[in-house]
Each structure stands twice: as structure tokens, then as C-alpha cells.
Design a protein around this ligand. Structure first.
Ligand SMILES: Nc1ncnc2c1ncn2[C@@H]1O[C@H](COP(=O)(O)OP(=O)(O)O)[C@@H](O)[C@H]1O
Ligand SMILES: O=P(O)(O)OC[C@H](O)CO
Length: 495
């Protein structure tokens, strides 16, 4: 029997999941790693942690399954996107911690780019807005702040990559410096229409192009993981950013289909087909996947804090020990208290895009306690999703957005949060049987390229729903609650 190993390198943990020849997950290993917050709004990872947790979880998953490494036909890599790593071409040593997608340190740099009138040019090429979220200004920050970095990069001694590139480089023993089109599309340096790095933007940001990786399809030959790492030489045949991999795992292959993933943040992607759609409502245009040289585009709404609000209840407020406790708390909350949490802990993403805002809570009384705060945290995720879906519907009126939302990610395990989501968006919410959708998506890419897994149509037909949540909230209550949320957002933005 042959297997496919999916590596899901996420924001808070690394997971490796082994799928058998029938695309069923048979073994799974997960390791968390430290988050570093050197200053307010800064978020870093040690790249070595990302590498060691990758190797350790891969080895554990193979061991757990009791198979020989030589039975792994292919590796797929999916990853937290936008996060920037720069490393030495010879030694492989990173020259700085990874600057994580949530990091806001380049807010001033972005403001200067907007003030000097460059945003339209950048949006036209990349489909993105000028925001610290994306890789470009983070890469520039490293080149500006690490002694001698720009000179070394110009000499060809340093390499840049998102996390996928860094893992490919290390797995192949420095033989391959590559990424895929979905990860490239998040750098703010890649022309999503022409399908290549933008020399105009690289020049504007003073980024030497020789440090950029080769860009390939999502299902392609990304080299071989060395045998001394995993016990056998294993080809890497699939790569995609984690939100795009989830779009694949949810089989959103048809224009109008959409999914929303609830991990640290929340990311909704709407398949818009072969033509990029320009948003009038501050959503992003991005590449959903690229197969056979042909990109399929998506509209994306990105929210920075979803499950992270639950983590804050656990680690910041310390009112829960475990994320799952929010269910019982939300059920026990006083229904007469209308507490609204605006979790703009690292500013606002779509559709407001304000890196300087910070979180706020409204409607607090002396009676407000852990239950009401937990309920407000879960509700905030539903409200934010409604903001995105309203923007998508306005942008995509011609074809129409499918009314059912497919959900996945750690927080989609919360029945309370998913029911509220369905209530506030007034649409059915479908949770699939395989909730490791991100890993499944990239496993499918790698397995399909290896000739082990079926084509797109057969794969789409294998998608199975576990639970459907349907709206039960009174329409007047829905309208009143959403209006309060919108007021709370406006107040937070203007604070
Ligand atoms: N039962 C639950 N209820 C609410 N939130 C949950 C639950 N289980 C997990 N989460 C949240 O989901 C997030 C983890 O999801 P995951 O998909 O692993 O994220 P990531 O890939 O960003 O690391 C955490 O922020 C956690 O707080
Ligand atoms: O690691 P996740 O699952 O929170 O995903 C992070 C996103 O890719 C950031 O754009």
C-alpha cells in the first residue's frame, strides 16, 4: 500500500498527517511551538522551530502508522502564508526570526507606499491591498534592519521564501529553491495575471530579485526529501498556501463555491474561475490554485483573529483551560447581556484594513463574567464572517455566491460557534467529515501528481458532510444584533 504525507505548517502548530491510498487519514502528529512577541504588534517564529517540528511530526506520523518510509509515495506541503524567512544560501542559517503574517511592524512603510500613490499599481498587479499582512514589506524590513543583508542578497548569498520554500529547501538539502503560485500570490511581489515576479514592485521595495524562489504549479515536482531526513527519498509533489489547500480540500472547484476556515484567523475564499475579479469592497484577489499552468482565481476575505480570540480567553484572561470549554460557557451566558467583543488585537483585516486599531469590548456591566465574554468571543467570529460574505455577495453579483458555506479549521469544532454563524449569515453551514481539510487538500495535490489519487471530479464527489447547521434566529433579532456589531466596529475604528 502507498501513502501520502501531508505537512501542515500552521501559525501555532505543525501537523503531519499520513493518508492511505483511499485518502483516509491513518496517522497524525502535532507539535506546538513558541510564539514570540518582541514588541506590541510584532509576531515572530524561530524558523528552526518550524523545521524541527516538521521533521519530528513527519517521523512520528510514519512511525505511528507502522509503515516503512519507502511506502510514502509523495509529500504535500501546506503552510501559514505570507510569513517571511531569509536564509543563507550556503549554510541554510536564517538571518532573522520569521516575521509572521500577523506582524504589523511595517504599517508605516505601507502608509508611505499609499501616500506616495503606489497602491493602485500594486493592487493591479498583485490583487492585494498595501498592508503589513503581506510578505513584501516584511522582506524589505529584514533587508533594511539586518546588517549587510541587502548587499549579501544582491550578491546572491541570501534566499527569501515563505514557509513552504524554507521547508522545501531544507527537505531537499538545499537542492531546490521553489514555491507555488498560491504562496507567491501572497507576497505582494507577484503579478497574478502575468504569472511572474513583478520587477516593478521589487524595484520599488528595493528587493534583489535573485533571492526569490522559482514559482511552480501546486501539483508539480518540488524535488526529493533526502533519505537521511525521513528514512527514504520521498518526492515533494504538492504545495499550496493553507487557505488555498483548504479550498481544494473542501472541493470548491466550481465558480461560486466558497469555504471559510477557522484557525488562528478566519479566511473565506470564493472560487471565481479563470478570470481574476477586482473587488469593489476591499477583498483580495488571489490565486485559489494553479494546475497545468492555469490559475483559478478567488476572492478572499482575511480576518486576523478568530480562534485567536478563544486563545486569548485561555492565555490572556485565563478564564478557560481548554478551547472546548467555550461551548458550555456560551450556553450558560446571560441572554439579556449584549456584550460585543471586537477582537482587533492586531488591527482589522478585510474589509476594514486598519493596522493601527486595537480590540474593544462594548456593553460590559457588573454582571459580565467569563460566560458572557466567551459568548462574545464566539459571536465575534460569526459577525466578522458576515462582513466578508456581504462584501463577497456585492462583488460577485453576476454569477452569485453559493448559499451554503463549507467550514473547517480547529474552531469549526465548536457547535455553538457554527450555529451562531449560520444564524447571523442566514445561510446553511456545512462541516465535512474530514475536518483536516487543509491537509487533505495538499495530500490530494501530491497524490494526484503521483498517480495515486483520482482527478478533480472524482475527488469532489468524495466530499462528505458531517453536520449541517441551519439558521433558526428570528430575522429581527439577527438584524438588531448585526447592527450593534457594525456600530461597535465603527466605534473601534474611530477610537
Ligand atoms: N472546540 C473549540 N471551540 C472554539 N475554538 C476552538 C475549539 N477547538 C479549537 N479552537 C480554536 O481553533 C484554533 C486552532 O485551530 P487550527 O486550525 O489548529 O489553527 P492554526 O492552523 O491557525 O494553528 C485555536 O485558536 C483554538 O482556540
Ligand atoms: O496558520 P493558519 O491556519 O492560521 O493560517 C494562516 C494564514 O495562512 C495566514 O494568511
Amino acid at each position: 500500500m502507498s501513502y501520502v504525507l501531508a505537512i501542515d505548517q500552521g501559525t501555532t502548530s505543525t501537523r503531519s498527517i499520513l493518508f492511505d491510498g483511499e485518502m483516509t487519514p491513518v496517522a497524525r502528529a502535532q507539535e506546538e511551538f513558541p510564539q514570540h512577541f518582541p514588541q506590541s504588534g510584532w509576531v515572530e517564529h524561530d524558523p528552526i522551530d518550524l523545521w524541527t517540528t516538521t521533521v519530528a511530526t513527519c517521523r512520528t506520523a510514519i512511525e505511528q502508522a507502522g509503515i516503512s518510509p519507502s511506502q510514502v509515495a509523495a509529500i504535500g506541503i501546506t503552510n501559514q502564508r505570507e510569513t517571511v524567512i531569509v536564509w543563507d544560501r550556503i549554510t541554510g542559517a536564517p538571518i532573522h526570526n520569521a516575521i509572521v503574517w500577523q506582524d504589523r511592524r511595517t504599517a508605516d512603510q505601507c502608509r508611505a507606499l499609499r501616500d506616495s500613490g503606489h497602491e493602485q499599481m500594486i493592487t493591479d498587479r498583485t490583487g492585494l491591498l498595501v498592508d503589513p499582512y503581506f510578505s513584501g514589506t516584511k522582506l524589505r524590513w529584514i533587508l533594511d534592519h539586518v546588517d549587510g543583508a541587502r548587499e549579501r542578497a544582491t550578491n546572491g548569498d541570501l534566499l527569501f521564501g515563505t514557509v513552504d520554500s524554507y521547508l522545501i529547501w531544507n527537505l531537499t538539502g538545499g537542492a531546490v529553491h521553489a514555491t507555488d503560485a498560491t504562496n507567491a500570490a501572497r507576497t505582494m511581489l507577484y503579478d497574478i495575471r502575468k504569472g511572474g515576479w513583478s520587477s516593478t514592485i521589487c524595484k520599488l521595495l528595493d528587493i534583489p530579485m535573485q533571492m526569490l524562489p522559482d514559482v511552480k504549479d501546486c501539483a508539480a515536482d518540488f524535488g526529493r526529501a533526502r533519505s537521511d531526513i525521513l528514512g527514504a527519498e520521498i518526492p515533494i509533489f504538492g504545495v499550496a498556501g493553507d487557505q488555498q489547500a483548504a479550498t481544494l480540500g473542501q472541493a470548491c472547484f466550481k465558480p461560486g463555491m466558497l469555504k471559510s476556515t477557522y484557525g488562528t484567523g478566519c479566511f473565506a475564499l470564493l472560487n471565481t474561475g479563470e478570470t481574476p475579479v477586482v473587488s469593489k469592497n476591499r477583498l483580495l484577489t488571489t490565486i485559489a490554485y494553479q494546475l497545468g499552468g492555469n490559475p483559478t482565481y478567488a476572492l478572499e476575505g482575511s480576518i486576523f483573529v478568530a480562534g485567536a480570540a478563544v486563545q486569548w480567553l485561555r492565555d490572556g484572561l485565563q478564564i478557560i483551560d481548554d478551547a472546548a470549554q467555550t461551548q458550555a460557557l456560551a450556553e450558560a451566558a446571560d441572554p439579556h447581556q449584549d456584550v460585543i467583543l471586537v477582537p482587533a488585537f492586531v488591527g482589522f483585516g478585510a474589509p476594514y484594513w486598519n493596522p493601527d486599531s486595537r480590540g474593544a469590548a462594548f456593553g460590559l456591566t457588573r454582571a459580565t463574567g467569563p460566560a458572557e465574554m466567551a459568548k462574545a468571543a464566539l459571536e465575534s467570529v460569526g459577525y466578522q464572517t458576515r462582513d466578508l460574505l456581504d462584501a463577497m455577495s456585492a462583488d460577485w453579483q453576476a454569477t452569485g455566491v453559493q448559499s451554503t458555506l463549507r467550514v473547517d479549521g480547529g474552531m469549526s469544532a465548536s457547535n455553538w460557534a457554527m450555529q451562531f454563524l449560520s444564524d447571523i449569515i442566514a445561510a446553511p453551514v456545512d462541516r465535512p467529515v474530514i475536518q483536516e481539510t487543509t491537509a487533505l487538500g495538499v495530500a490530494w495535490l501530491a497524490g494526484m501528481y503521483a498517480g495515486l489519487y483520482p482527478d478533480q471530479d472524482e475527488f469532489a464527489a468524495s466530499w462528505v458532510r458531517e453536520t449541517q447547521f441551519t439558521p433558526t434566529m428570528d430575522p429581527n433579532l439577527r438584524a438588531a444584533k448585526y447592527e450593534s456589531w457594525q456600530k461597535a466596529v465603527q466605534a473601534t475604528l474611530s477610537f
